[in-house]
Design a binder for this molecule. Structure first.
Ligand code: LRH
Ligand code: MN
Ligand code: MN
Length: 387
């Protein structure tokens, strides 16, 4: 197995994008629990995201979600982020909350509603230009609840048409990243249910269209690392939305439910050249309903770093030799050795050597920031699910 010193430098290239909505109040359809100190506007979300970066050195960008993060002056928001040591990243569109979109957005039967959805994406592209970011990320809630409700085939054609119109509007340095999800809020079918459908659409669009893999969006038991391997092999993995799940799209802290699955995914990322590669954005897509939000994000990026370190430690050469020799148990042992390696002590040293706190969770708790914002911010914002 590789030594930690061999991988220390490559860990410096890790960058994890934080979702602005992780800092707002969000929850389930049963209850949104408010928490003290919740940001009241996107500027305060930037301040909180910047704290995660300050204490971990791992999170230099924050993704936006429009309209949740709409501001009058995106240039000002961008400068504010830079002043706080981070940048704005992926712009996520949102056609899943307005009454017009109840039966679909880009796939709606009414051309006016389809146009409205296209216009919303044009606005997102303008924001991308203003903040100087690269990716427009599209997740559509489009789908149906009952067999026969919609013409599922025609909806694919409408989707292809809408996506093509949006793609054409992108600047030469921008990308369109299409996220898939098996179910919810639609329960019978969704228009982009799986990676294959997303792949078919992005292939029809062009080189700068990619797939977003949200780890919470599959059927139970799906081999997600296989999808990672395949998309990297095909050159179409654009981004991850990392989170973890026990049952459905739980949006829990990444690595909390199944650290071994996170390891397996990251092994395929390393194997496929996707680690620290500008093509693959490591994003989180999480909500913190019962735990404090900033520590929730700190825990998350540390979990990703820890599993990345273990994946980088994997002896790929020994693994290859065992695989070639048909040594089933030997290959599995090489794989498990890396997974079981405790790197927490070495990562604490690694941080200290780089002027970061050895224990970011403890250092953040001791900083008093949570108490300060709790006193300052009254009436914090919901992320958007349930104001
Ligand atoms: C959909 C999703 C998508 C949205 C986000 C808020 O379930 O994963 O990425 O933009 O949640
Ligand atoms: Mn997502
Ligand atoms: Mn989701």
């Amino acid at each position: 197995m590789a030594q930690f010193t061999d991988i220390a430098a490559s860990l410096e290239r890790q960058a994890i994008e934080l979702p602005s909505w992780a800092f707002g109040n969000s929850g389930t359809r049963f209850k949104v629990f408010g928490s003290p100190g919740t940001p009241r506007d996107p500027f305060e979300k930037v301040r909180d995201a910047a704290k995660v970066h300050e204490f971990t050195g791992l999170a230099p960008t924050m993704a936006l979600h429009i309209p949740w993060d709409r501001v009058d002056d995106f240039g000002a928001l961008s400068r504010f982020a830079a002043d706080h040591g981070i940048a704005l990243g992926t712009v996520n569109s949102n056609t899943f909350q307005e009454a017009d979109y109840k039966l679909g957005s880009l796939t709606h039967t009414d051309p006016r509603i389809r146009q409205r959805a296209v216009d919303h994406h044009f606005e997102c592209i303008e924001i991308l230009e203003r903040i100087g970011a690269r990716d427009l990320k599209i997740w559509l809630a489009d789908g149906t609840n009952y067999p026969g409700q919609g013409d599922i085939r025609r909806r694919q054609d409408l989707l292809a048409e809408g996506l093509a119109t949006i793609y054409e509007r992108l600047g030469p340095d921008n990308r369109l990243v299409l996220e898939y999800k098996l179910f919810e809020p639609a329960f019978y079918h969704t228009d982009v249910p799986d990676w294959g459908t997303s792949y078919a659409h992005v292939m029809a669009l062009g080189e700068r269209a990619k797939v977003c893999l949200d780890t919470g969006h599959h059927a139970p038991g799906t081999n997600i690392e296989f999808i990672v391997a395949q998309l990297l092999r095909l050159g179409r993995l654009g981004s991850f939305d990392f989170n973890s799940r026990f049952y459905a799209d739980d949006d829990l802290i990444v690595g909390a439910a199944d650290p071994f699955q996170l390891f397996r995914i990251l092994v395929e990322v390393v194997r496929g050249g996707g680690y620290a590669h500008p093509e693959v954005t490591f994003m989180l897509d999480q909500c913190h309903n019962i735990e404090p939000k900033i520590p929730g994000q700190i825990r998350s990026v540390l979990n990703v770093q820890e599993m990345t370190a273990r994946a980088l430690l994997l002896d790929f050469e020994a693994l290859r030799v065992a695989q070639e020799a048909g040594d089933v148990l030997g290959a599995n042992a090489v794989f498990m050795d890396a997974f079981y390696t405790d790197v927490r002590g070495e990562l604490a040293d690694w941080r200290q050597e780089r002027g970061l706190p050895a224990d970011p969770m403890a250092a953040f708790a001791a900083s008093g920031y949570l108490e300060t914002i709790a006193a300052e911010r009254i009436g914090g914002q919901a992320a958007g699910w349930d104001a």
